[in-house]
Design a protein around this ligand. Structure first.
Ligand code: AMP
Length: 191
């Protein structure tokens, strides 16, 4: 199995690069943001609760996203591996993920972190907001709240994986294919 955390602030290119990595390595993509947006689209109770926090740019509670990941790991036991996108976003989520994966006799092999400056993120998200229709992408103040959530709660997750010797930073600014190739080089060193 190959389990990768694709890490970085909102707008770093995690979604774009995940798609390319899935195609190449046939991994199952687990994006908690996509799962939450699907809950909202289906107007579930969980979705309705999460929507307010997401629209404000704030993180949803750890137990909500950990539960969704647990369900997905159980539903995809035959997968060759997973790409975690937008999860874990807190150290508590990272610890819970280690426990869940060890229950399946596996672990995280690598965290790939895309680094992008804040000004570039804001620019990219405002452009994405024009086509995605996502409320959290359309307002600069909300984008800055998300970047602040990342800086105060999520950035420490990198330190967690650094402590396990699994962290690799990749420059997230530049040509999409060149960034992809830098990610693949790192993956091939563990695989
Ligand atoms: P994303 O699509 O990954 O940018 O996520 C969109 C929003 O969903 C975030 O701003 C959070 O409100 C929520 N969200 C997604 N993943 C998580 C997570 N792992 N922990 C907490 N909140 C999350």
């Amino acid at each position: 199995m190959l389990n990768i955390v694709l890490f970085g602030p909102p707008g770093a290119g995690k979604g774009t690069q995940s798609q390319k990595l899935i195609d190449k390595y046939q991994l199952k993509h687990l994006s908690t943001g996509d799962m939450l947006r699907s809950e909202i689209a289906h107007q579930t109770e969980l979705g309705l609760k999460a929507k307010e926090l997401m629209d404000a740019g704030l993180l949803v509670p750890d137990e909500v996203v950990i539960g969704m990941i647990d369900n997905q790991l159980n539903a995809n036991k035959e997968s060759k591996g997973f790409i975690f996108d937008g999860f874990p976003r807190t150290v508590a989520q990272a610890q819970a993920l280690d426990t869940l994966l060890s229950n399946h006799l596996t672990s995280i092999h690598l965290m790939l972190a895309l680094t992008v400056t804040e000004e570039e993120l804001v620019k990219r998200l405002l452009i994405r907001g024009e086509s995605s229709g996502r409320a959290d992408d359309q307002d600069e103040a909300k984008i800055r709240v998300r970047v602040n959530e990342y800086n105060t709660k999520t950035a420490q997750v990198a330190t967690y994986y650094e402590g396990q010797g699994k962290f690799k930073a990749i420059d997230g600014i530049g040509d999409i294919d060149e960034i992809f190739s830098a990610l693949c080089t790192e993956i091939e060193q563990v695989g």
